[in-house]
Write a protein that binds this ligand. Structure first.
Ligand code: PHE
Length: 445
């Protein structure tokens, strides 16, 4: 890290963290996971994961970042110089990199959909389902758009993150909220919306299995950007008077809100348009359901363009923050120039992301354990690496970090949250590690 510039304002710091948290995870991945895991049952477990584990772990990562004032590997080296805890930082960076490789493919899809909305091509036929399947199954176009997104990322990363992207995202993120709100109203007023709403909100408890719990936990960590070193890096820029627990709460709630809003748009639309019988894969859900909604609105093309533009921006703020972890590491640990670090980080992605995209076209040698490379990376990084890093992070801040660091960070040296602190500490020491460990182990049984 170069010199420690701090965030100027409370709003700016929350906006930046929310910018990283809100992305394709909320809009694309959440509805897909909810659909694959029983709808309302998943939502219930998801909310519990966010409240019981997500917020405390986020506060813990904040404490670690502000206490250690360094990057994901640096904080561990600084706070425990004689131990091997820095390996946790390496795992965090690995997780963020693997996630980046398939996330980039999906951000390519959003970009393609934006272009298709602008030129009206998207609305020239009527079956969005088969169109999406054909699009993904075609080898060339998705790869091209993935590479385009990689190039955009490279340019922005090289310029440095602060100015352009932050300013743009601070403007566009509130717009995304607004558009989602409008879409929500439209979706809820569709005839037949009630059934979808029921699917999303009235849980069938028999559907809660260990797999559902693991997926909900993975989704919560993914969506809150936990376990990837990002929040550690960001919080090293937080000023000393920022209240960490409150910030964790605000960011998590905004992130949850976007996910729930998405569910309230997608599921009513799915039932209203009879898309449920369609053999839709969860991952393509958003790209099929939303165009249906737009097609039923006046000015379809405008709404569609606006939405996919905002979604592409939301994806971009997230990919940039993901890539930044690896870039910062290359700069700090290997002394590379920024330019070189960016190229070293992005170049391998041109290959990995291309393979990820191709693996969805059914190329069999790109299959691992019966999963396409895309799904394998998603499941492996999200369901295994992230909880693992989060587990070690909790154990470290709860038990091994220098005495008093957690307390001083979470209470701003005893000035606030004194009553909340023992609860957070208990969760970080006992509840979170035990729960995460159980969930991880049950995955392998
Ligand atoms: N949280 C982001 C999302 O929901 C994804 C992301 C993960 C971004 C990790 C940065 C780091 O889309």
């Amino acid at each position: 890290m170069s010199e420690k510039i701090k965030f100027g304002s409370c709003i700016g710091l929350i906006a930046a963290t929310v910018g990283s948290a809100v992305g394709l995870g909320n809009v694309w991945r959440f509805p897909a996971e909810a659909q694959a895991n029983g709808g309302a049952a998943f939502l219930l477990v998801y909310i519990l994961c966010v409240l019981v584990l997500g917020i405390p772990v986020m506060a813990g990562e904040f404490a670690l970042g502000r206490g250690g004032e360094s990057d994901a590997i640096g904080v561990f080296k600084k706070l425990a110089p004689t131990r091997k805890w820095w390996i946790v930082g390496v795992l965090a960076i690995l997780a963020s990199y693997l996630i980046l490789s398939f996330y980039m493919v999906v951000s390519g899809w959003t970009f393609e959909y934006m272009i298709q909305s602008i030129d009206g091509n998207l609305y020239s036929g009527d079956n969005f389902g088969s169109r999406m399947s054909e699009y993904i199954a075609s080898p060339v176009k998705p790869v091209i758009f993935t590479l385009v997104m990689l190039a955009v990322n490279l340019v922005i990363l090289m310029k440095g993150v602060q100015k352009g992207i932050e300013r743009v995202s601070n403007m566009l993120m509130p717009m995304l909220f607004l558009v989602l709100l409008i879409l929500g109203v439209v979706a809820l007023s569709l005839p037949g919306a009630g059934e979808g709403l029921k699917y999303f909100f009235s849980p069938d408890f028999s559907k809660i299995t260990p797999k559902v719990v693991l997926n909900a936990l993975g989704q919560a960590f993914f969506s809150l950007s936990l376990g990837m070193g990002i929040l550690i890096t960001y919080s090293s820029y937080f000023p000393a008077n920022t209240k960490l627990p409150r910030t964790a709460f605000t960011v998590s709630m905004l992130d949850l809100l976007v996910a729930v809003m998405m569910g309230m748009i997608i599921f009513p639309s799915v039932s209203a348009f009879g898309l449920a019988d369609h053999t839709l894969e969860g991952t393509t859900l958003v790209f099929v359901t939303l165009p249906e909604v737009f097609a039923h609105m006046p000015l379809s093309q405008m709404w569609s363009t606006l939405f996919f533009l905002l979604l592409t921006t939301a994806a971009l703020t997230s990919t940039i923050s993901l890539a930044e972890v690896a870039v910062a590491m290359m700069e700090d640990r290997f002394g590379m120039s920024r330019k070189k670090a960016c190229i070293v980080v992005v170049a391998p992605l041109c290959v990995i992301s291309t393979l990820c995209s191709l693996s969805l076209t059914g190329i069999s040698w790109l299959t691992i354990f019966d999963l396409s490379l895309f799904d394998f990376l998603d499941a492996g990084a999200t369901n295994i690496l992230l909880p693992m890093v989060a587990l070690f992070t909790c154990v470290f801040v709860g038990w091994y970090a220098p005495k008093g660091m957690l307390r001083n960070q979470l209470t701003n040296n005893g000035q606030c949250n004194r009553r909340l602190y023992p609860w957070l500490k208990a969760i970080l020491r006992y509840v979170a590690p035990v729960l995460i460990a159980i969930i991880l182990v049950s995955y392998f049984l």
